[in-house]
Design a binder for this molecule. Structure first.
Ligand code: NAD
Length: 330
């Protein structure tokens, strides 16, 4: 039986992975710790490790995994910006991921954040619980008729666009690899500069790469409409948080919705309610009345977790038994 060390594991990871491993080949061991240089020793004696978005799989960690005889690193997510692919090839470690588990889960969360900001649901919820039925301060804005700029038109971008077209939005997109089907749906491709200058709302759905790091910075903000709404459910590093804070203070940004944050690995997925958060940028973001943040929750639906568990187990079994795996990235 193959031994697999599952890092950054939560109760729900354990529940779904065990449920779909019944009668399976894998001997799963769950570690709450993130994989990092400090914790890599835990992987001794395993053939595979399974990691999530904030585990650190850099050159040093891969070198250590190689010396321990770990042959497979299985990501139970789609993005792989936390991984040194070159080092994985160098140490002959196979890397697989779950390329598509439920684009709709993230798309629906994106639109949920947008509607929360546009109709102030987060404020209305508390008001009504306190028997305060006054509407002052709750005035919103329609999405119907607004121009929405979508950066990245892959699986999640496309699912988001379909919902937004249903709301009656004009959708302008930017992607270096355009999807021809999108035009027939009613969206149109524009240059990135035109997307910045024409959009009332901008939603990010591209991966984090050296090209896209800080794609929203002060230079990009300068090109945008005053009062622009920015939504990022993709990866925190796509936006320059300091520039965003400047944009919020000057009111260039009308509303900001985030499900991801550049330094989220120190915060997200943990209960820190009794701690003193040391990240002054994050705490500053929380002080703005027009900012709404969720803690990397876009993927978190039952349907998505089932697919993540099934695909991850299948990827590991396939690779450890020496077969070809469609979800191999290195
Ligand atoms: P995908 O690979 O299907 O699509 C990504 C798209 O981005 C592709 O069409 C690609 O051509 C495009 N792209 C690449 N470079 C670009 C650039 N410089 N500018 C604009 N577009 C560019 O990926 P996906 O499944 O749609 O996921 C998108 C991202 O969403 C992932 O990379 C991940 O970071 C994020 N994600 C977040 C959550 C969450 O829980 N919040 C869950 C899953 C994925």
């Amino acid at each position: 039986m193959y031994k697999v060390a599952v890092f950054s594991s939560k109760k729900y990871d354990q529940q779904f992975l065990e449920q779909f491993n019944q009668g399976g080949q894998l001997d799963l061991h769950f570690f709450e710790s993130r994989l990092s240089r400090q914790t890599v020793e835990l992987a001794q004696g395993f053939q595979a490790v399974c990691v999530f978005v904030n585990d650190v799989v850099d050159h040093h960690v891969l070198e250590q995994l190689h010396t321990f005889g770990v042959n497979v690193v299985a990501l139970r997510c789609a993005g792989f910006n936390n991984l040194d692919l070159k080092a994985a090839r160098q140490f002959n470690i196979k890397i697989c991921r779950v390329p598509e588990y439920s684009p709709e889960a993230v798309a629906e969360h994106t639109v949920g954040i947008l509607l929360t900001l546009s109709r102030k649901f987060h404020k209305a919820y508390w008001r009504v619980r306190e028997n305060n039925f006054a509407l002052d301060g709750l005035m919103g804005f329609n999405l119907h008729g607004k121009t929405i700029g979508v950066i990245g038109t892959g699986k999640i971008g496309l699912a988001t666009i379909k919902i937004l077209l249903g709301f009656g939005c004009q959708v302008h997109c930017y992607d270096p690899y355009p999807n021809p089907d999108l035009q027939t749906l009613g969206a149109k491709y524009v240059t990135l500069d035109d997307l910045f200058s024409q959009s009332d709302i901008i939603s990010l759905h591209c991966p984090l790469t050296p090209d896209t790091k800080h794609i929203i910075d002060s230079e990009a903000l300068a090109k945008m409409k005053t009062g622009v709404v920015i939504i990022n459910t993709s990866r925190g590093g796509l936006v320059d948080s300091n520039a965003i804070i400047g944009g919020l203070k000057s009111r260039k940004i009308g509303f900001l919705g985030l499900d991801v944050y550049e330094l989220e690995s120190e915060l997200f997925f943990e209960d820190l309610s009794d701690d003193i958060v040391q990240d002054d940028i994050f705490t500053r973001l929380l002080t703005f009345p027009n900012v709404f943040i969720t803690g990397h929750q876009g993927f978190f639906t039952e349907e998505a977790l089932i697919t993540i568990a099934q695909t991850t187990l299948d990827n590991i079994e396939t690779l450890l038994s020496g077969k070809d795996c469609d979800n191999l990235i290195a």
